[in-house]
Design a protein around this ligand. Structure first.
Ligand code: URA
Length: 205
């Protein structure tokens, strides 16, 4: 296809985009953060996963979903039969937003202005990769991709159409599962999450 023929150009354009994002000052979050955490994965991946923003460990490592939420994410996609190495994984907001508490850095939710300021990057990633399915993990990713607030409980688990015509699928964020205090609820929600992920893959099979 034209994409295969243009593969070298896609790789070069993606690398240039990533390098440009490393110096991003579109919103003030870059100042206290360690580094931009850009997306990673094969550029011809059929599935693109979009999280919220890097957490403490991602900020230090420079890679998405390597901390506690990443462990839940890795287990869930594996249980859904998806290989992480075959997927492209990125975030709606590419700098860690936090509040210092003593020596710890506590995750703070990105606001609409920060999501909108960062949207340009995810749009470029999607334009370059043209994934067959973009999976929004939670409300921040959904807001970024759709450009408006979405109710996860109502919109999850079915094919959605993005403003640019691409296919998308909404599910919960893995951190949501980590925050559930009740073990039975946690297990039930985890199973629903895995079902959503299977559904997203089945939709493009
Ligand atoms: N949570 C996210 O949304 N993204 C990450 O990369 C890590 C935690």
């Amino acid at each position: 296809t034209d994409r295969v023929a243009a593969g070298g150009n896609v790789a070069a354009a993606w690398a240039a985009l990533r390098d440009e994002a490393a110096g991003c000052t579109r919103c003030p979050l870059y100042r206290p953060a360690t580094q931009t955490v850009f997306g990673e994965g094969p550029l011809d991946a059929p599935l693109m996963f979009v999280g919220e923003q890097p957490g403490d460990q991602e900020d230090l490592a420079g890679r998405p979903f390597v901390g506690p939420a990443g462990q839940v994410f890795d287990r869930a996609i594996a249980d859904a039969g998806i290989e992480r190495a075959a997927a492209y994984v990125t975030n709606a907001v590419k700098h860690f937003k936090f509040e210092p508490r003593g020596r710890r850095r506590i995750h703070a939710k990105p606001d609409a202005g920060e999501i909108d300021a960062c949207r340009w990057w995810i749009e470029q990633e999607r334009l370059l990769l043209r994934p067959r399915m973009t999976i929004a993990l939670g409300a921040t990713a959904a807001r970024s991709l759709f450009g408006r607030a979405m109710t996860i409980g109502r919109e999850r688990g079915r094919v959605q159409t993005l403003p640019d015509g691409g296919a998308a699928w909404i599910t919960v964020h893995p951190s949501y599962l980590l925050r559930l205090p009740d073990p039975a609820a946690k297990e039930a929600e985890y199973a629903k999450f895995v079902e959503d992920l299977k559904g997203a893959q089945a939709a493009i099979a």
